[in-house]
Design a protein around this ligand. Structure first.
Ligand SMILES: [Cu+2]
Length: 314
């Protein structure tokens, strides 16, 4: 994994943004350099020397100079404007496309995690966005509570998730890999722990992932995992979570149908290992202060049984 940076683009959209950024830095840098050189030169050349007691010659108004210093900034602003519009056209789907096409992916911001829907296949997941390499994904972004902001600098633009006002963008990756992101609009206490990742695969691998996500894992009936699945019902986990193939259909917390296929829990807060899962279930707020999952006051035995169950959800 390389350094996460806007200057390390891995999609046509991110390239457009990086190029615009570089163009702006070059223009602003050039202006800064010219000003530094001129100010230094002028301060030296026209400094007050011993014996200078007369005022220097004063100049009032110079038509030519004024025309030049109006036209040059105008041209610079015009170039920036044109370059910005070209970039916007590249990174944002047109309104015709938004009206015509079903989104490939819907991202719903929650305090403090990301709900993911792939409307074309029906896959539901959280926090880890799988996409096929080289495909321009039409993404709709919504929020269930407050304003959040999607930002995965290497693959797409930065865009707000606004309650009651869906936004759209293109999401694409040129190379397979993991691209890290973070909510970029302060949205409450656990904002800093509202991370996300885009995982780009070759199309065939993506198809395998997608098929796997549509598979309904059987509910274990015996052993630790069987005990865990019973506890999941009894301990009111199903008031907030969904697991396909069971009665749990709530969307207050992340869908757990294929939790074991995700690499992190708590929106990037902990790696998804059995030990971390147990820690999370014991005390979610201990790892993610403010997290909206209550401490369910589970005993160690109950935690182990539920972990065995969740580990079976592949
Ligand atoms: Cu946030």
């Amino acid at each position: 994994m390389e350094l996460t940076s806007v200057f390390n683009p891995s999609s046509p959209q991110a390239w457009a943004i990086a190029n615009l950024g570089i163009f702006m830095i070059i223009i602003a840098g050039t202006i800064l350099a010219i000003i530094i050189v001129l100010v230094t030169f002028i301060s030296y050349r026209f400094r007050r020397k011993p014996g200078d007691d007369e005022e220097p010659r004063q100049v009032y108004g110079n038509e030519k100079l004024e025309i030049v210093w109006t036209i040059i900034p105008f041209l610079i602003v015009a170039a920036l404007f044109i370059f910005s519009v070209i970039t916007m056209v590249k990174v944002n789907p047109s309104s015709a496309i938004i009206e015509d096409q079903k989104p490939d992916l819907v991202i719903i911001g929650h305090q403090w995690w990301w709900e993911l829907h792939y409307p074309k296949s029906g896959v539901v997941s959280a926090n880890e966005i799988h996409i096929p390499v080289g495909k321009k994904m039409l993404v709709r972004l919504e929020s269930i509570d407050v304003i959040h902001d999607f930002w995965v600098p290497e693959v797409a633009r930065k865009i707000d998730l606004v309650p009651g006002h869906p936004n759209y963008m293109w999401l694409e990756a040129d190379e397979p890999g993991i691209y890290l992101g973070q909510c970029s609009e302060f949205c409450g206490i656990a904002h800093a722990h509202m991370r996300l990742r885009v995982i780009a695969h070759h199309q065939e691998e993506f198809d395998v992932w997608e098929k796997g996500q549509l598979y309904v894992p059987p509910t274990p009936r015996s052993g630790e995992a069987g005990k865990g699945s019973k506890l999941f019902k009894e301990k009111a986990c199903m008031n907030c979570h969904s697991i396909a193939g069971t009665d749990a259909v709530a969307t207050v917390g992340p869908n757990l149908t294929h939790l074991a296929t995700r690499t992190t829990i708590g929106a990037g807060t902990l790696l998804n290992t059995p030990i971390n899962l147990a820690k999370w279930l014991k005390n979610p707020k201990g790892f993610k202060p403010g997290a909206l999952m209550p401490n369910m006051k589970l005993s160690d035995d109950e935690v182990n049984a539920i972990v065995a169950y969740l580990e079976a959800l592949k």
